[in-house]
Structure formats: C-alpha cells, structure tokens
Design a binder for this molecule. Structure first.
Ligand code: SF4
Length: 472
C-alpha cells in the first residue's frame, strides 16, 4: 500500500523559496518517492524543474539556484492515476504566458474520466495522464475572472480527494476538498506563509504551524497577506489511514499528534487481543509506535527484533522481478540473538494483499521465534481506495477473500487479531462520522466508479509521451 503525494507551497520575500521547498519535500518524502518537482514565480513568469526520483536525486545546487522568485510550490509523487513517468511528474504548468498556473495535487478525482472527455471535447490537449492536469485545465477553462472564483468553479465540478497547492505569477493558493480526505496545513515563515501536506514539513523548515486548512477551504497568499474563502462542506471524511500508516508520527492532524494516536492504537489492540508472550515488537517503521503502545498496556517487554534498512527506496526495488522477490530481505534484517526461543507479539499497521506478511513471519521463525502473535492496527481491509491510495483491487485484498482464521493460517501466524473499528475510533479520539473508513466498511463518502482503473487516462492521452527525463 502506498500513499499518494506530498504537496507544499510558500510565499516569502526574504527567503530562498526554492531551497525551502526542497527541504519541505525532503520532510514529505514518505508520501511519494517516484518523482519530485518545484515550480517558482518571480512575479512575471513561472519556472519549473521536475524529474523522476527522490528529492535528493532530482535537485542539486545548480537546479535550485535557477528556480528564482518569492513564490513556490513543490510535489512528491506516488502514482494513483497515470503511470510512473516523467510526463506525470508534478507540478504541472498549465496555460500560456498571459494566463498560467502551476499545480500540485495529493488525492484522487473519482469523476476524472467524465471531466477528461468534457475538456477534450472543448479542445483542451493533455500532456499527462493524471487527474491533476484535469484539475488545472478545469481552472484555466473557467469563465470566471478571479483566480479564487476560477478555483471555486473547478471545485463545484470535482468529486473526490484533493489537497492542492497552486501557483500563479503573483500568488500561492492552498485548496482542500470539501470532504477533507487528505490533510493540508498552514504555517508562517519569515514575512510569509507556507502550506504543507503535513505539519512535520512545517517544523523541519523552521516555520511555525498555525492551523489546518479546513475541508472546502481556499487559502490565498500574496504580498498583501492571506485570505481565506470557505466552500460548503457537506460532511468531513478525513482518511483514517493517515493516522494508521501514511502520515509521519511527528505530524499533527485534526489537532492530534499521530505519535499519541498510534500509542493508543497499540493499547487498544492489547485490550482487545491479550496474549501470553515474552516480547512485543512493531514492524518498523510504521508500526513501531503502536508496538510500544501494546507493550505499555500489556506490561510485556518491548524489543526491536527487526532492523529496517531505511535507505532502500522503492525506485531501486521495483523495476526488476528478481530484486523485487528479495523485497522483504532487502528491507529488514532480523536479530536472532534477541528473537531466539521467544513468544513474540508482532504489531503491524495493516495486511493488504497478504504477500509480505508471510515472508516477515517466515523470516522471524528462521531467526528462532517460537510463537508469532500478529496484531494489526486496523480492521480487515475489504474494499479498495479511490481517494489517493494505491491499494489493490477488491479481488487482490486478502480480507475480501478470506476469513480471519483463514488469513491466520495463510500467513503462518499462531494467532491473529485485527483492531476493531470501534477500537480504532477510540484511539483516534474523534467522532466516527469525521472520517472515511471505506476500505474497512465499503461505505464510500461519495459515489465511486467501482471499476475505476489507475491507468484509465493512459490510453486516451495520445500526447502524453515524453522521451525526456526531466521537465523544465
Ligand atoms: S478508502 Fe481507506 S485508504 Fe482510502 S481514503 Fe478511505 S480510509 Fe483512506
């Protein structure tokens, strides 16, 4: 399971905004590792640099120094609409010199096929195969005059999840969909403002966290300051998986530090599924904190039985089948000296297809573990995500096909416990109706096309072929 994208935006007349964006994208690297890009404006023209790879691979002194101006937006991508290639690397610049914007998007538009056809019929050409370009072209195609009204026009047409940063020649905008599916927050920096997917990016660049951008809110930032415009939010539907897995534990979402929430998930798991054991461990890194929570609640010793190699990025693992088969081995190294003869509680964030978990359990048993009691911080995933998470089709989801006892046997655990939805909601500490929980319940906050395909726009956009490795 992979999250889709981190976005950032900044206005500051006194800071090097490209460099600030670079460091913010660095902090948001966990949200997408396929490509990275920065667009800047000096008040007269937009400049862009985007390329495949990690932030540290994409930018160097030379490229950053050429991105001048006081306004910038940036993007880290993991693909959930459109394939992983440079024509889909964001931000996109859309329009022409007289009427131009750059856009970066986290989320997924569920009516993108209809909008694509409509815009194409109006004569708009597409250069990518993503729903992000659709959003940008919708804004550009609006008959309204001001940028805020043009964004509002697009919001009335869009269905799904979108946290956006938008750059024009003389302003930066932050936009969050009326459901608030993906997070977006606001901070202050020297004589200016920043917008970021997560508060950890605000902290890292030395900015001050101010607040979260509300569902349905547009924030406009320019040399005259900041203005906020609110669109009608029907209901809130923040992705509850942000708490379980996607966001960093040092981020604050909906006023709650994720570290505390994950501790509480582990504690709830320990109450729901107690077991006699010698040691608790979390699968690093995403379940480490929940593992500590389980240990605190149960009184069982916490230990780190698996060490994670944090420097193996997706970019290097995915392309080759032989290397991909090594997957778990490349990522984790067990500590037999610690694990031998132990009855072990293993806390993990989720089981999606059920392909990785058996490999982890086999690795632990080879290291001498006597019993493996697996505890999962989420209920069984029975429905795919259409709101910006590359999960799997329904048929690939193991919990949609097997019962919990069958899954336990399939993965080779001695016992298996999934956190109940009520337990998860208790840990998050907010009303259930504030969240999207569709992957556990099948109840989507807006209607979706159940057969929607990540590559649906791929065959349609004939122009979206790029042989270059970077975009300027
Ligand atoms: S379906 Fe699941 S992963 Fe997708 S937005 Fe809803 S809670 Fe998050």
């Amino acid at each position: 399971m992979h999250e889709k994208c981190g976005v950032f935006g900044v206005y500051s007349p006194t800071e090097d905004v490209a460099r600030l964006t670079f460091f913010a994208l660095f902090a948001l690297q966990h949200r997408g590792q396929e490509s990275a890009g920065i667009a800047t404006s000096d008040g007269t023209k937009l400049q862009l640099y985007a390329k495949m790879g990690l932030v540290s691979q994409v930018f160097d002194e030379n490229t950053l120094s050429q991105l001048t101006g006081h306004f910038a937006i940036g993007h880290n991508r993991y693909s959930t609409t459109g394939s992983s290639r440079v024509c889909n690397a964001q931000p996109f610049i859309i329009g022409d010199d007289a009427d131009v914007l750059a856009i970066a998007h986290n989320g997924n538009i569920v009516n993108s096929e209809n909008l694509y056809q409509e815009l194409q019929a109006k004569g708009y050409d597409f250069t990518s195969t993503t729903d992000t370009e659709i959003i940008g072209r919708l804004i550009i195609s609006s008959p309204e005059k001001s940028w805020v009204d043009r964004i509002r026009y697009a919001m009335r047409r869009l269905q799904g999840a979108y946290s956006l940063t938008i750059l024009t020649k003389d302003a930066v905008y932050g936009v969050r969909d009326p459901l608030g599916v993906r997070p977006l927050c606001l901070g202050t920096v020297d004589h200016g403002y920043v917008i970021a997917s997560e508060s950890c990016a605000v902290d890292h660049i030395g900015a001050n966290f101010v607040r979260e951008i509300e569902p349905g809110e547009i924030v406009a930032i320019d040399k005259d300051g900041i203005k906020s415009y609110k669109e009608h939010a029907v209901r809130k539907a923040l992705c509850i998986f942000e708490y379980i897995y996607f966001a960093r534990p040092d981020s604050v979402i909906n006023g709650k530090l994720l570290y505390s929430t994950r501790l509480a998930m582990g504690a709830e798991l320990a109450k729901e599924y107690p077991v006699d054991a010698d040691m608790v461990m979390g699968v690093p890194d995403s379940a480490t904190v929940a593992g500590i929570g389980y240990a605190h609640q149960s009184g069982i010793l916490y230990g780190e039985g698996l060490l994670k190699n944090r420097y193996v990025g997706r970019t290097f693992i995915e392309p080759d089948q032989r290397i991909r088969d090594l997957g778990v081995r490349l990522k984790f190294n067990p500590l037999p000296q610690l694990l031998d003869g132990k009855r072990l509680v293993v806390v993990d964030d989720s089981i999606v297809r059920g392909t990785t978990t058996p490999k982890v359990i086999r690795m632990l048993r080879r290291a001498g573990v006597k019993e493996v009691h697996l505890r999962i911080c989420a209920p069984p995933i029975i429905s795919p995500c259409f709101f910006g998470v590359d999960m799997a089709t329904r048929w690939e989801l193991i919990a949609a096909q097997k019962t919990v006892p069958q899954i336990k046997n399939f993965i080779g655990a001695d016992s298996l416990g999934y956190l109940s939805l009520d337990g998860l909601i208790r840990a998050v500490g907010q009303p259930r109706e504030n969240f999207c929980t569709a992957c556990f319940t099948g109840e989507y906050p807006v209607p979706v096309q159940l057969q929607m395909d990540k590559l649906a726009l791929e065959t349609r956009a004939k122009k979206a072929v790029s042989l270059t490795t970077e975009r300027r």
